[in-house]
Write a protein of this length. Structure first.
Length: 116
């Protein structure tokens, strides 16, 4: 079993909308793209199809993708709550996960795969 956690480029997360509206959707050196709000260590963002395609080339079948950081986690991370109430941030992150994990518009993805 393979577990992959990576930033996600699927459309319509709050983070994607923020970058789209401010011209922050940037090209990456390998053609996939990245967000201007990403830290420099994030070289690219993949969408679901890109991730499945890349891993299938190595013989790994991605059979399930969960998405996280749709709304609340993005808002809380940018505000004072993050510094003042760290436990509230965990609660908001879990709320985000439980409400939206099956929606494909998250800012990050957790993929499950297996060798084919």
């Amino acid at each position: 079993m393979v577990i992959i956690s990576t930033p996600c480029a699927n459309k319509y997360s709050l983070e994607w909308c923020q970058n789209r509206l401010t011209g922050g959707l940037q090209p990456s050196f390998d053609g996939y793209g990245r967000f201007s709000t990403d830290e420099p260590a994030h070289l690219r963002r993949l969408n679901d199809d890109h991730l499945k395609s890349l891993f299938s080339q190595t013989g790994i079948d991605i059979y399930k993708i969960y998405h996280r950081a749709h709304l609340f986690e993005t808002i809380v991370r940018k505000g004072r709550t993050f510094r003042l109430l760290p436990f509230a941030c965990v609660w908001f992150g879990m709320l985000d996960w439980h409400l939206f994990k099956h929606f494909p518009n998250g800012s990050t993805m957790i993929a499950l795969g297996k060798k084919g």
